[in-house]
Design a protein around this ligand. Structure first.
Ligand code: PGA
Length: 231
């Protein structure tokens, strides 16, 4: 019991997160660490494929990512929505259009994430399912680069809503009102099956699973997200 109590006050945790989770996980950690000032949490920010590799090597205590693959010996629990949206510069013709059909946007140049990114993977699955192909796309391996490229007028971008809080507030980017969007996704807390948790790790896990949604959900713009959530 004494060890347990000590474990709650001290310890070093390693958490691997996909790059898109960098927009909310520091806020979560700030809250957690204010309750547990003796616990140090190291955050490794990388992409989905790299997080999966780390989990396979049993390196981190836990990870945060979009949907992990089936049958990879992993336990995954969803804890918060992760809507995927298409963004445009505010002066782009599509920025103010309503109910834009997918066939209208595939003619545009898209700036998409690199292979290995969960964001990219989700968008590609959507395209495959809907039978459309992008006619013109450029790859950038960071959400920030994509957002700046879109602001600069290079094309449309595909990003998680979590990346957009600042730009939406400042009116620097607009969400395209695309039919069937936002794509509904979720964030998952992931660890290896049978992982032995320290007391500190267990309490971080419980914290994320129970408090994440209230703590950090960004202002979800608008009716579409809410309407979809009711389904
Ligand atoms: P990414 O992951 O940052 O690798 O695109 C996001 C996700 O998996 O949802």
């Amino acid at each position: 019991l004494l060890d347990d109590i000590k474990g709650l006050h001290h310890g070093v945790l390693n958490v691997a997160v996909v790059s898109t989770a960098e927009y909310f996980s520091p806020y979560l950690l700030a809250r957690f660490c204010s309750h547990h000032p003796g616990i140090t949490v190291n955050l490794d920010v990388t992409n989905r494929d790299a997080v999966l590799k780390q989990l396979a090597d049993n390196a981190p205590d836990m990870a945060i990512m979009g949907v992990p693959p089936d049958g990879a010996n992993l336990v995954a629990q969803s804890f918060m929505p992760n809507p995927l949206v298409v963004v445009a510069a505010p002066d782009h013709a599509l920025a103010t259009m309503k109910d834009v059909p997918i066939e209208r946007v595939v003619r545009e140049r898209f700036i998409i994430r690199e292979p290995g990114s969960g964001t990219r993977d989700a968008f590609e699955r959507f395209l495959m399912k809907s039978g459309w192909r992008l006619q013109n796309s450029m790859e950038m391996s960071s959400n920030e680069a994509i957002k700046h490229a879109v602001m600069a007028g290079l094309g449309l971008g595909v990003v998680s809503l979590h990346t957009l809080e600042m730009e939406l507030k400042l009116g620097r980017l607009a969400i395209v009102d695309l039919v069937d969007f936002p794509l509904e996704r979720h964030w998952y807390l992931v660890h290896r099956q049978g992982k032995r948790f320290s007391v500190a790790a267990q309490s971080l896990k419980t914290f994320i699973l129970t408090e994440a949604a209230q703590a950090v959900l960004p202002a979800l713009p608008g009716r579409k997200t809410r309407a979809k959530a009711k389904r």
